[in-house]
Design a protein around this ligand. Structure first.
Ligand code: ADP
Ligand code: MG
Length: 362
């Protein structure tokens, strides 16, 4: 048996039964062929996939004439996949391969330097605020390391349906509170899926995934994409493959967080994505007893930094226990029947965003 033939067959496999969208060839650690005998070492993060993977390999290779098939497992992901950087951009114009996401008018990225600053909270509530302003809105949780958006929308257990179309398989985005919600987390079999599936292997699936979602009959006016934290390969790859209309950077007011804001702005400048502005979260706390405003992290310098980098502070969201409470309940605070400062602030940010993205006539 020829190695190429075996590799091609492994590449054509799908592992959809266990909820992942890559093939056996993506998780091979080692393969040796001697006559009709095949030895394969394959990556699996958990023993619970061993039987499935062994059978899948056998049913793929038997038709090719394989007699003796030996399968070994490794819990270490394939090395070259883990460290492989995205393909180097061609020197002339690294962005010429950018594609528009079908049926989406404006794509907005929500980024942050690190996790825990409230990026998902901001992304979910900006999407909800745009919805409240009457727009047709989608929210995509692309944070494979901690997809929490579906929980915040109460959409964690929504059924995701795939449908075959002339353009290939499309995944239909379920709706929650009037917003179309999709998450890279929906591709995972369950919440306790080992984090390693989420890393190197899913990264490859992500950019394709972005183009395979069916957002419904009508075009989306806005798609809000909740990016993984940081300024790494994923952000840059998205920047190079997707046509994006603008990015929002979420931060908290501490000085250390501002370093990440600068890094974020520089990264988006490098991939030529316009920056809509910076949203500061957990800016202050209003004591419910006295109504007094406390700037817990000191006086904010975010507005100055934003200005230094030719962008602006779009808004400041106070720390409010209601935000977390409603998130846990699965209703974004902006869509809950209450009218707090937080809600007003998100609506104001959404109005600015609409103004900025439509003013250019782009
Ligand atoms: N303005 C806020 N007031 C109170 N709690 C908040 C606020 N913003 C975020 N949180 C809470 O902080 C935690 C982290 O927020 P999250 O949006 O998940 O962060 P990230 O996506 O950056 O990791 C969540 O429990 C969330 O409910
Ligand atoms: Mg998050």
């Amino acid at each position: 048996m020829a190695l190429q033939g075996v590799m091609d067959a492994l590449k054509r496999t799908t592992l959809q039964e266990i909820g992942v969208s890559f093939s056996l060839s993506d998780i091979i650690k080692d393969i040796r062929i001697s006559g009709d005998d095949v030895y394969i070492k394959i990556f699996s993060p958990s023993e619970k996939y061993y039987d499935y993977l062994r059978e899948k390999i056998k049913s793929t290779l038997k038709p090719l004439g394989a007699k003796h098939i030996e399968v070994e497992f490794s819990q270490e992901p394939p090395v070259q996949r883990q460290t492989q950087p995205p393909p180097p951009p061609p020197p002339q114009n690294p962005f010429e391969n950018r594609r528009r996401i079908p049926k989406v008018d404006k794509v907005i990225l929500v980024a942050s330097g690190k996790g825990g600053v409230g990026k998902s909270t901001v992304a979910v509530n900006i999407a909800s605020a745009l919805r409240r302003l009457g727009y047709n809105v989608g929210y995509l949780d692309a944070d494979m390391y901690g997809p929490s958006g579906p929980t915040m929308f109460g959409a964690k257990d929504k059924k995701v349906i795939a449908k075959e179309t002339p353009e290939g398989t499309k995944i239909i985005a379920p709706e929650a509170h009037g917003v179309k919600v999709m998450s890279i987390g929906f591709l995972l079999p369950s919440e306790d899926t080992p984090v390693i599936w989420r890393g190197p292997v899913l990264f490859k699936a992500l950019t394709q995934f972005l183009f395979d979602i069916d957002w419904g009959e009508e075009n989306l006016d806005f798609l809000v994409v909740d990016l993984p934290p940081g300024t790494g390969d994923i952000q840059i790859t998205i920047g190079q493959t997707v046509e994006v209309d603008g990015a929002i950077i979420v931060t908290t007011p501490q000085d250390v967080a501002l370093i990440d804001v600068k890094k974020g702005i520089q990264m988006f400048n490098e991939v030529q994505i316009p920056i809509i502005g910076v949203v500061e979260n957990m800016s202050y706390f209003i004591c419910p007893d006295s109504g007094k405003k406390y700037e817990i992290f000191g006086k904010s310098k975010t507005a100055d930094v934003a200005k230094d980098y030719s962008t602006e502070l779009l808004g400041q969201i106070p720390t409010d226990p209601k935000v977390a409470e409603f998130s846990d309940l699965g209703i974004p605070v902006v869509l809950a029947k209450e009218d707090s400062t937080v809600t007003q602030e998100f609506l104001s940010i959404a109005r600015k965003l609409v103004e900025k993205l439509t003013r250019k006539g782009a």
